[in-house]
Design a protein around this ligand. Structure first.
Ligand SMILES: Nc1ncnc2c1ncn2[C@@H]1O[C@H](COP(=O)(O)OP(=O)(O)OP(=O)(O)O)[C@@H](O)[C@H]1O
Length: 465
């Protein structure tokens, strides 16, 4: 009988998960914090399911406390990227709240069935970054002059405590640049908490970032640590900072000015030591002129600016990136290395890439699945035909990076098919099932939802935080 330990401070969720697993025949114990879990010999369990944010140490601490037990991280959808980082630290999987019961049971079954597989170890041994992460080029690809300039800047800024503002269109690699800044800093072995400000409902953003006291608002049944506090000692990556509402901007300014944080509903402040990295695809300076973004906050954030150029301004890197993604796909699909036909190379180099590197990565993923042979042809690349190729011209285009209009009439593109499929089935399928049916990972599903503007709906009756 597999034994499972649940570490969760919220009573309702802890008891719901415990009942669900007991009902499914597992032997279950629970704890409300990492310290509490420590007293229950976490090493003796077959699986640990832990919330990411807990009072005291973060849930990821369980990875080091029980290095031979798989750890499944539960997290709110808003901090999914932090969950992805948890996986880099050695968690075997993550599940986003609210999750449905089938989703949780499927995750547990799948982890227990592959438990024999070697679990990656958390890297906590040294204060220095791991050797393979000693340079931006080991984290992101870029050989053209424009990216070499970006890498030089990252190498210089990373070891300092300076706040960095990363600017660039959607999908250019801003999050990767933030990760490079963190991993090449002395904080590399402390958490990098990534928050997508656009993904959090406005009403929740302050409590997500700053935490709240018990009773601070309706539904605040217990005190909660915010993401900024969870990043104490490490770095906080605030993606889409331009979407931060005015009140949260004012609070953030205080954190930057005084290195102090005050929970919602609290009168007391506490010191935090967090390195801020922010990113946006919007023109923050222009937003200060219209009053949408605080000017004082803009200057606090914009101490150092890293601009990631759109892919159409670094065409020399397109084939190198494509090759990388092809190798990754071949490995993932267990196929021999895939190659691009000369026509496919020409198409990739000439295309305008409104969705930047993310669009290229997705095009290669799609083509690798559809290709009948080891050669990728233009037909399987299925690039948006409405987007006229520029025949290699490097002139920047003013078009919006985010628009992805569906073709009128005619055949559905894969992107349209994806959108239809998700909209039609999301009410009856879990995210795991949807991703499985679409043949992509849950992370990929989440990213596509963001890109296509169909964020995951919260359904009633689920286990929510
Ligand atoms: N230089 C690069 N080398 C390898 N992969 C890259 C590079 N740039 C981006 N990618 C990949 O492209 C995808 C998008 O990158 P990322 O999420 O960092 O972009 P972003 O600018 O933060 O996007 P958004 O603004 O939409 O959040 C990711 O899967 C990332 O791994």
């Amino acid at each position: 009988m597999p034994r499972i330990l649940i570490v969760e401070d919220e009573d309702i969720i802890r008891s719901a998960v415990r009942k669900l697993l007991q009902h499914a025949g597992y032997e279950v114990a629970d704890a409300i914090s990492v310290e509490d879990a420590q007293e229950q010999e976490p090493e003796s369990f077959d699986l640990i399911i832990t919330d990411l944010r807990l009072p005291g140490a973060a849930g990821t601490e369980m990875i080091t406390r029980a290095p031979n037990t798989p750890v499944l991280i539960m997290t709110s959808y808003a901090s999914l990227r932090s969950a992805v980082d948890s996986m880099k630290m050695g968690a075997v999987d993550y599940i986003a709240k609210p999750f449905d019961h089938d989703e949780m049971l499927a995750a547990v079954e799948s982890i227990l069935s592959r438990k024999t597989a070697e679990k990656p170890k958390a890297d906590t041994a040294t204060d220095d970054p791991a050797p393979e992460q000693s340079d931006p080029s080991s984290i992101m690809f870029g050989q053209c002059d424009a990216m070499q300039t970006v890498f030089t800047l990252i190498r210089k800024v990373a070891p300092t405590e300076t706040t960095v503002l990363i600017q660039g269109e959607s999908g250019t690699g801003k999050e990767l640049a933030a990760r490079a800044l963190h991993l090449l800093s002395p904080r590399a072995n402390k958490p990098l908490i990534s928050v997508n400000c656009a993904a959090i409902p406005e009403s929740l953003i302050e409590s997500e970032l700053f935490g709240h006291e018990k009773g601070a608002f309706t539904g605040a049944v217990s005190a909660r640590t915010g993401l900024i506090e969870a990043a104490d000692g490490g770095s906080l990556f605030l993606d889409e900072i331009g979407e931060l509402p005015a009140e949260a901007q004012a609070r953030l300014l205080r954190v930057l000015q005084e290195s102090e944080i005050r929970k919602v509903g609290s009168t007391q402040s506490r010191k935090v030591d967090v390195r801020m990295i922010a990113a946006t695809h919007r023109n923050l300076k222009a937003m200060t002129r219209t009053g949408e973004f605080r000017e004082d906050l803009y200057y606090r954030l914009n101490v150092m600016q890293v601009r990631i150029p759109p892919l159409r301004e670094r065409r020399a890197d397109i084939l190198g990136l494509a090759q990388r993604f092809l190798e990754r796909q071949a490995q993932k699909l267990g196929r021999p290395t895939l190659n691009l036909s000369p026509e496919a190379m020409q198409l990739l180099e000439g295309y305008r890439w409104p969705g930047n590197v993310r669009e290229l990565e997705n095009a290669i993923e799609r083509a690798s699945i559809l290709a009948d042979s080891d050669v990728i042809t233009p037909a399987v690349l299925d690039l948006d035909s409405e987007d006229e190729p520029t025949n290699g011209s490097a002139s920047p285009s003013p078009a919006s990076p985010d628009t992805h209009a569906a073709p009128e009439g005619g055949d559905l593109s894969l992107e349209d098919y994806f959108q239809h499929y998700v909209l039609e089935n999301q009410d009856k399928m879990s995210e795991t099932e949807l991703a499985h049916k679409l043949g992509i990972s849950r992370k990929s599903l989440w990213e596509r939802r963001q890109r296509l503007g169909i964020p995951r709906k919260k359904t009633t009756g689920n286990t929510s935080s």
